[in-house]
Write a protein that binds this ligand. Sequence first.
Ligand code: MN
Length: 744
Amino acid sequence: MSLFTKAEIRQINDCYDDLKREIGKRFDAERMEKVGKAFLFANAAHDGIRRKSGEPYIIHPIAVATVVARDLGLGATSVIAAILHDVVEDTDYSTEDIRNLFGENVARIVDGLTKLSGEMDTRQALTLKKMLMTLSDDVRVILIKLADRLHNMRTLESLPPLKQLKVSGETLYLYAPLAHRLGLYAIKNELEELSFKFKHPEDYKHLLYQLHDQEEKRNYLVNEFIAPIQLRLAEEGIECTVTHRLKSMFSIWTKMHTKGVTFDEVYDLLAIRIILKAKPNISEKRQCFEVLSLVTDIYPPKPDRIRDWITMPRANGYESLHVTVMGPQGKWVEVQIRTERMDQIAEYGFAAHYRYKDAPAPENELDRWIERIRDHLENSEYDAFEFLDEFKLDLFASEIVVFTPKGKTIKLPKGATVIDVAYEIHTNLGNKCIGAKINQKLVPPSHVLQNGDQVEILTSENQIPQQQWLSFITTAKAKSKVKNALRSEKKQHLEAGRELVEEAIKKHKAPLVANTIKKIIAHYNLNNKEQLFSEVGMGIIQLDDLGKILSLKSRNKFIKYWNITFRGKDKGIEIPGEEEPGEDATGLLDKQKPFLLKENPDKIAYSLAKCCNPIPGDDVIGYISSGDHVIIHKKICPKAEKLVASRSDKIITAEWTKFKKLSYLTRLNLNGFDRIGLVSDITTIISKLHSINMRSVKFDTHDGLFEGDLFLYIHNTEDLNILIGELAKVKGINKVTRVENLND
Ligand code: MN
């Protein structure tokens, strides 16, 4: 007897039927039976349990299994593991039970997934580290984990807003890049779109409306562009589909924010994809280049804008031929040319190798990548947060290819230096690197490599890893190797220093106690004993006058350090020690409710982040720093995004109340065509708006163009938007943008 109602049982069965329809086409009877067994087992295990939304819990694992089968095209082992993925975590069954019932492979994957779950609110960086360690065991664990996350994002609606913000922040920060790295474009896009929707609901709605508004015009332009291509390809007997690739809403929005461009400017770019059915017996590469040549017969290509990812695929396996051509409307259009096989890889990445098979993928680029991660994990001792930062470098970077003297290719992130490539080849080569010969020229270790360089690393036995290398190294691998080397060197100095100090103290017959050490530290004006030991170890401090120091009577020298924080504008400096007792205790904030930003906060203080300079009306969040002090960031601030994803336990939602009295410094950047009277027109507009005061203006003109910075005191975004609207109307002004950074 089930604990659910009849209607709920029907819902469960419908959901399971959906999965069966998906896998029925390709699983044999034996596999279908195993899946059925897994369903019955999981269904009984989760019986009576509900999700936050109220629906039976079992709906979730079945939906995840459906994503695994449909969107990732994985085999029976993965589908069964997906159905069982929350059983060990949420019920009384153990991995051992799973092993007895479903075999070793399924149990291993479920075990991996169980280890990855757990409280996501604490240290997500640790989760990533765990995730990557699992990755090196069986990629299917990560693929199912991504499916799990995808379904959680699809059903995020039923969670409270703060939870939505955290989960989508984490998705954007960790899971989407990971999907990208694995080449799962479809899943990456959906994760990004959903995160965007929940993180910035207002912007999302607005953008949706704008896209809808442009649709008809868009379709017309696309058809006008592709019709001649389709005709020509048909004449040549080339079978293919030509589609219009819509930019995702998230990428449009990101571009608008990071590059400060308007919707029209981003949306203006057309992108077309030609997917051809490759003929047998002719290389796919040749067929793609033939299409390229037909396309460029019709539309002239932009010089230097042909990208050949077929001869040299990207590290995530992506293959395609890209060209930018001049379209009939006088606009650049990007055309991507690829075969159906390449398209599968483009959509599903490494999962494409697993699709419709139930075996691990053959040796490929992914293995190389995983090996890099494994290396990195084994070599790194530092904290998970630091690890995450560096790992992201590798996740996002675009790549260059360089050659060894023997012609072997090495893929590296863009911006990689001689040191990076040295460590990529071998740790010892990195440690001893003194420079390189590139295309017959000598270059220093910091030299940034160009695509196609042939690099010969030069070494010296006397070389050791240098601290300064850390300032130009770009790969996570090289960074962790250098840090480890420096750390062990430092440790050696420290140990040697400790021995020298202790010997010296004994020699002067002073007691070997903390007070003695303290006296020495004070004498040399150092911070702590570690610094003393390492400076002695390195020979910076000689301990010559130790006798004199130890004979001095200790004076009661007491220095108190104040932790000074700057709180808000015009608030002056507050010293924490002078706060009322109890204020410092955490827990005063109700994290479930939005933090209200008032003009005259009575008790709990907040300050506005210097990195993004929010003003009243901006979409903001709060970060709880020490002692319940809240720092307000704009939601789109990169630093805030990172905090939401990695320290979500310290994030609260925040709302502005009415702000009318205080003013905030804001910067606008203007550009356009210079003319007589322009500056006075601009200043007249500002002086007419009584709520805004100007602090300074800076204008630069050259060759008839001007660029200017306005620094203004402003109450809130409402007033700011009115001003921007007015300024945009001024003759000659091309663009008005708000600049977050007030400093340069
Ligand atoms: Mn789950």
